[in-house]
Design a protein around this ligand. Structure first.
Ligand SMILES: [Zn+2]
Length: 381
């Protein structure tokens, strides 16, 4: 199960989407013991701080089928120094000027000559979604004196980044927060910018940067073998564990599809999906849900195995077909949001066909408060 050597008796442990459901206390105890033996740290979520802070009763967690245990492998991440190639700690490895503890080479510079830096002045101006930002190339970051030197040119970059006269005007509005300076030849813009940035005293606030100097990589080490940072290990790094005896089998209801979709980490909101019919659901989704249905609901699991191959594959269609399978009067959610508006707008601007479903979702998405904020920002530009 999940690449782990676990003892399972009569299906008393079931994995769905990488989570494990224990059907009995005995199965749970055996599972936790075997996971600990395999190197996992196991957290008892009944005792977790966030549960205590929120004041959620344990009985609620049990009846509503929350995960009650969380297993994770201990920290497996290490740095590899780009100069000496030795395994080093990841602590601070990606902060400007950090030095390798083995050979002293610098592992990272955030800003170097040629880096791109986007920022705003820390002033009283309202920071709406489209408030002006400047994007400029870095010449040098003098971290000892806390001064950033930028080439006096404005780069383009998205909706909020201003250039030309707008950028000049923005600089002028913030006179006194910068000066002309130089590093060797050439006129540069010099701005106070400390290594230890503090919102209350900072002159500028960084938004993004790229073109950093990297002299390290992050790896994962498991059982003596090195893996790339985002590679999958042969076993899961984390596992959520459920105790199904508190709530299973779930009765058939008009909302059961929600519970099953969420076990497969899927939304039951059709509005969240693209509305143009593009495929979303794969056989993997349905076969994971099939396990959940068979072991934890009163639905006819054999009938489901026969039914799902003919479900529509797009998000909204798949949700409808599945919900209808679960209950003839199932209630599905359809709450379009700013995303639906943007997709439709974007397609129209590109001269692409907008489906009826898309335009309807976009119109209803206009009522979403996020959309209203977004449009307000657009008008203020
Ligand atoms: Zn080194």
């Amino acid at each position: 199960m999940l690449g782990l050597n676990l003892t399972v008796k009569n299906d008393d442990l079931i994995d769905v989407m990488g989570d494990i459901y224990a059907k009995t206390p005995e199965a749970l105890n055996r599972l936790l013991k075997e996971l600990r033996k395999s190197g996992y740290e196991v957290e008892d979520l009944r005792q977790s701080d966030y549960r205590k802070k929120d004041g959620v009763p344990v009985a609620t967690m049990e009846i509503n089928g929350w995960s009650l245990w969380f297993a994770k492998l201990p920290n497996l991440r290490f740095g590899i120094c780009g100069t000496c190639h030795q395994q080093i700690s990841t602590t601070g490895i990606q902060s400007h000027g950090h030095k390798c503890e083995k050979c002293g080479a610098v592992t990272y510079y955030e800003l170097v000559d040629g880096s791109t830096f986007t920022f705003v002045f820390n002033n009283d101006e309202e920071r709406g979604m489209f408030a002006p930002e400047l994007r400029m190339k870095v010449k040098e970051w003098d971290t000892e004196n806390g001064i950033l030197y930028l080439y006096p040119e404005f780069l383009k970059g998205g909706l909020s980044v201003v250039t030309g006269e707008k950028a000049e005007a923005y600089l002028k509005r913030n006179e006194g927060k910068w000066s002309y300076g130089s590093v060797g030849q050439g006129k540069l813009i010099a701005i106070k910018y400390d290594l230890n940035w503090n919102r209350n005293t900072a002159v500028i606030e960084p938004y993004d940067h790229y073109g950093s100097y990297w002299n390290h990589k992050i790896v994962k080490v498991w059982k003596g073998k090195q893996y790339a940072e985002y590679d999958r290990l042969p076993i899961p790094e984390t596992i959520s564990i459920y105790e199904s005896w508190h709530w299973a089998p779930l009765p058939v209801s008009t909302t059961l599809h929600r519970r099953i979709l969420s076990a497969a980490r899927q939304t039951d909101d059709k509005g969240w999906h693209y509305q143009d019919g593009r495929p979303w659901f794969t056989s993997g989704h349905w076969t994971e849900m099939a396990k959940f249905i068979r072991h934890f609901t009163k639905l006819d699991a054999d009938a489901f195995d026969r039914a799902w191959p003919s479900f529509r594959r797009d998000g909204p269609g798949g949700i409808d077909d599945f919900a209808h399978f679960c209950h003839k009067e199932a209630v599905t959610r359809d709450e379009p949001n700013v995303g639906n508006v943007l997709v439709a707008l974007g397609k129209q601007l590109d001269g692409e066909h907008v489906t009826k479903q898309e335009s309807e979702a976009a119109i209803r998405g206009l009522d979403d408060p996020m959309t209203r904020n977004f449009l307000k920002g657009l008008q203020r530009r």
